[in-house]
Ligand binder design. Structure first.
Ligand code: UT7
Length: 336
C-alpha cells in the first residue's frame, strides 16, 4: 500500500444525464439490430443523448450540484481536471470553458484524454496535487458527449454509447486510513489500431474526404477489444487486491467501467465477488466513456448503498489501450 504524507479523499460526488432517451427499440428503427441482441451481448437497454450543446453542458450541471452538496463557493476550487475524448473544441480546454461557465475563478485546469480509463487516470493525477500538499480542492470531472462522434448508421458501435457527466471533489482526507489508498495504471499503444477516431487531429485534419470516409466517428474492432478488455480489467483488479491483501470478502463494491456486462461479470468472477457487490447502470446509460465510474459512485452514494469505510475497487479498460484500478476506502458520511 502507498503511504503519501497526505491522503486524497473524495469529499463530494455528483452526476448529470440529459433527459432525452435513446432506447433499443429506437435503434431498431435506425439500423439492423434488435433489443434482444443488444441486451444479451452488452447489457444495455437505453442511453441518454444530449441534443444541443457540448460536453461542458454535461459537466456544468454535475459540478453545480457538487458545489451545492459540499456547501462551497465556485471560487474555492483550486484545480479543474476534465477527463474527456469529446471536448467542446480542440482548444480552449473544456476545463477553461467550465471555469468560465461556473466562475471557478481561482482555479487552473486542463483536459485529460485517456478514453474509457479517463476518469481513473484523472483521479490518480488529481490525487497527486492533494498528496503533494500543493492544492486543497481538486475537481475531477469525467464527461463525454459520445453521440457527437457516433455513426448512427453503424450497428457495431451506435448501440453502445451515451452522453453523461460525473464529478468528484478531492480534498485532503480527514482520516489517514480512508481515501485513495492505491492505484495500478497501464497503457499499451499497440492496441491503438482497434479503437480510435482517425479524423480531426493533426494526422488527418478535417477535409471533405475525411468526412466522406467517416474518419470523424468512432471505429472499434469490438471482438478484438473485448478479448483484451476482459483479461485486462480482471487482471488489474486482481492485482490491486493482491497488492493490498484483499479477498473478495473484503471488497464491498466493484465500480467497473460500464462497457459491456459480460466484461464486468468476468471481472467480478476473477475477484470472487457476487454480482450484488458490483455497481451496474449500463442498462440505463450504456457506455458513457469517462463518465461511467463517477456516475456509479454518485448514484450509489445518493441512494444510500455506498457507505463510509467501505472498500471499493474502481476498474477500467479503454482505447489506447489504457487501463487501471484504484483502491478506495470511502470517506464520505452516509447520504441516507
Ligand atoms: O469501452 C471501451 C472498451 N470497449 C469495450 O470494452 C467493448 C468491447 N467489445 C464489446 O463489448 C463487444 O465486442 C461488442 C458488444 C461490441 C460486440 O459483441 P460481440 O459479441 O463481440 O459481437 P461481434 O462483433 O462478434 O458480432 C457478432 C455478430 C456479427 O454477425 P456475424 O458476423 O456473426 O454474422 C455482427 O455482424 O453480431 C453482429 N452484430 C449485430 N447484430 C445485431 C454486430 N452488431 C450488431 C447489432 N445488432 N447491433
Amino acid at each position: 500500500m502507498r503511504k503519501p504524507p497526505i491522503r486524497a479523499a473524495i469529499t463530494a460526488v455528483s452526476h448529470y444525464v440529459p433527459d432525452d432517451v435513446l432506447s433499443n427499440s429506437d435503434l431498431e428503427k435506425m439500423v439492423d439490430t434488435n433489443d434482444e441482441w443488444i441486451r444479451t451481448r452488452t447489457g444495455i437497454t437505453e442511453r441518454r443523448i444530449l441534443k444541443n450543446g457540448g460536453t461542458s453542458d454535461l459537466a456544468a450541471p454535475a459540478v453545480r450540484k457538487l458545489l451545492d452538496q459540499r456547501g462551497i463557493g465556485p471560487d474555492e476550487i483550486d484545480v479543474i481536471l476534465v477527463c474527456t475524448v469529446t471536448p467542446d473544441m480542440f482548444f480552449p480546454p473544456t476545463a477553461c470553458i467550465l471555469q468560465e461557465k461556473l466562475k471557478l475563478k481561482n482555479a487552473w485546469g486542463f483536459d485529460l484524454s485517456a478514453a474509457c480509463s479517463g476518469f481513473l487516470y484523472g483521479l490518480v493525477v488529481g490525487a497527486q496535487f492533494i498528496e503533494s500538499g500543493t492544492h486543497k480542492k481538486v475537481l475531477v470531472v469525467g464527461a463525454d458527449k459520445m453521440s457527437s462522434i457516433t455513426d448512427y448508421t453503424d450497428r457495431n458501435t451506435c448501440i453502445l454509447f451515451g452522453d453523461a457527466a460525473g464529478a468528484v471533489l478531492l480534498e485532503p482526507s480527514a482520516e489517514y486510513e480512508t481515501g485513495l489508498l492505491d492505484h495500478v495504471m497501464y497503457c499499451d499503444g499497440s492496441g491503438g489500431e482497434f479503437l480510435y477516431m482517425k479524423g480531426g487531429g493533426s494526422l488527418n485534419p478535417a477535409t471533405h474526404e475525411t468526412v466522406d470516409k467517416k474518419y470523424h466517428y468512432i471505429f472499434q474492432d469490438g471482438k478484438a477489444v473485448f478479448k483484451v478488455a476482459v483479461v485486462g480489467m480482471a487482471d488489474v483488479s486482481a492485482e490491486i487486491m493482491e497488492r493490498n491483501n484483499l479477498t473478495g470478502d473484503d471488497v464491498d463494491w466493484l465500480v467497473p467501467h460500464q462497457a459491456n456486462l459480460r466484461i464486468i461479470s468476468a471481472c467480478a468472477d476473477r475477484m470472487n465477488l457476487d454480482m450484488s457487490k458490483v455497481m451496474l447502470n449500463i442498462d440505463r446509460y450504456g457506455n458513457t466513456t469517462a463518465a461511467t465510474i463517477p456516475m456509479c459512485l454518485s448514484e450509489w452514494w445518493l441512494s444510500g448503498q455506498l457507505k463510509k469505510d467501505q472498500n471499493l475497487v474502481l476498474s477500467a479498460f479503454g482505447a489506447g489501450y489504457t487501463w487501471g484500478a484504484v483502491y478506495i476506502k470511502w470517506s464520505m458520511n452516509n447520504a441516507k
